[in-house]
Each structure stands twice: as structure tokens, then as C-alpha cells.
Design a protein around this ligand. Sequence first.
Ligand SMILES: C[S@@+](CC[C@H](N)C(=O)[O-])C[C@H]1O[C@@H](n2cnc3c(N)ncnc32)[C@H](O)[C@@H]1O
Length: 297
Amino acid sequence: MNYRHAFHAGNFADVVKHVAVALCLDRLNQKAAPYRYIDTHAGIGVYDLEGDEAERSPEWKDGVGRVWGAVGDAPDPVRAALAPWLGVVQEMNSMGLRHYPGSPFIASRMARSDDALRLCELHEPSAALLREAMGRDLRVKIEQRDGFDALPAYLPPPERRGLVLVDPPFEVAAGARKADFDWMLKAARAGVKRWPQGVYVFWRPLKDFDQVSAFDGELASMLIEEGGVAPEKVLVADLWVRTISEGKLGGAGVVIANAPFGVAEHLYAALPWLCERLAQGEGAGWRVESPSAEAEN
Ligand SMILES: C[S@@+](CC[C@H](N)C(=O)[O-])C[C@H]1O[C@@H](n2cnc3c(N)ncnc32)[C@H](O)[C@@H]1O
């Protein structure tokens, strides 16, 4: 394992993923009943944008950095869509943008006192940093183990409400990317069989439209046919910052299963604005679509 998320934290792909996750958590917060947040690949929780990795690879400057400076002028529907995510970023950066929250940190800030968090991080030093970042929080349990292996044992959660984020590294090492698509399908199948009502967010890179469409199609059919998930509740949200071609990551997004009410509308509002702000060249675009509804630019 040589992937370190600190090199990428706060980049455009993190922004899209975290906006989507925060919107889903915000909807879960609308009901008083407690829920559980499960993160199979949690990372280290908090990222120092002036740390060694971020200095060497300042991807955040073309991600959260661009949004941070521009959001004040964004139209109301965009601000409303970004608010759950941005609220956490702002809360930890009252003196200016210096730290970026990872998914477990966003979830811990949004979750209420009786909600629960289960976090897996396989890389031992990263798991140690994650423990440090999450502090003493009785709602949180961290396991240093394979998140794909752990997931079935977490489901269904006792609260019977919640969100599972599946966000593996898709390492560039030969063969690893394919394996992550396969593992994600296996995790999805194991998950929805045990807990078809859960909200699932699957992150995947967009380096090849045909490859991702084939994966999304397989995932959606499985969720619908084997999990009984309603077709209109399977949502794909993608952003690409330049024409997609092999090599450097040009696009990324999420497949959401059981997307909560209102999340699609917020993503429709946010993605065109994010696309304009985050574009890095010709051919940038976005899409929010489900098997029954489609929007593409
Ligand atoms: C993309 S990063 C996670 C980022 C995090 N979810 C976020 O949004 O802030 C993937 C993480 O998974 C860890 N990892 C890699 N393979 C894993 C596995 N099989 N199980 C659990 N964690 C793994 C890596 O060490 C890395 O920290």
C-alpha cells in the first residue's frame, strides 16, 4: 500500500465526494432517530494544507482553494447545496484556509450526540493519525483493518438508519484499479443484501467513460435487482475538470444508493457552478443522472 490521501486532500474529487456525503448526512439529520456512519476507507481525518505532502502536491489549491475564494458570490441554490460541507470546512478554518476535513471528520462534526461512527483504515500509521484527529469521542470506533472485509459485519447497523461510504484508493499500481472496481461491487452486493435500506456512497475515479459506465451499469443493476433499491434512488454525480484521457486524474464522482430526498436537486444546483470554478482546461463537464432521470453538460 503506497497510497497517501494527504497528497490529494481537498482536490476537486474530494470536493465532489464530500459535498455529496455532507448532503446525505444533512438529510439524515432531519429526523430525530439516531443513525450510523460507516467509512470503509477512512484516511487520516484531518489534512494540513501546509504539511509536507500538501506542499509537494498542492492539489487542494485547484479544489477547495478555488471554492473557498469564490463561494461568497455564488447564487443562493449553490450556497445552499454546499452549506453542509462548507460549514465544516469553515468551522475548522476561522483564521483562513489551512486544514481540510476528511470524510470521517465531516461526519463527526455533522453527527448528533446519539449517532455512531465506525471507521476502518488499513494503513497503520494512517490509522494512528486518524485516532489522533478524532480525539476522545465515545461515538466513534476505529478499526485498523480491511474495510471491505469489515463491512458485512457492520450491517445492518442497530440504528437501522445511516450511511456507508466506500472510498478505496484506486492505486495506480498495476492491476490495483481493476481490483478496486471489483471489490467495490463485492462490497455493494454484500452490503445491500444485509441492509437494502442504507444510504451508500461509492466513490470512483473517472478516467475512461466506457469503463465507468460499465461499472455503474453493473452496480446499479445489482442494487436494483438484488437489493430492491428503487431505480430513481440510484444517483450518479460526476465532475471532470478537463477532457477525460488516461493518465492524470481528470474526473471523479460518486454513485449513491438510496439517495435521500432532495440530494439530487442540490447536486444539480452545485455541479455546474463547481464545474466552472474547478475547470482546468478544455472539455470540463458534469453530470447528475439516474436510470430514470438524466442531466449532462
Ligand atoms: C481515498 S483515501 C480515503 C479518504 C477518506 N475517505 C476521505 O474522504 O477523507 C483511501 C484510504 O484507504 C486506506 N486503505 C487502503 N486500502 C484499504 C483497505 N483495504 N481497507 C481500509 N483502508 C484502506 C488508505 O490508506 C487511504 O487512507
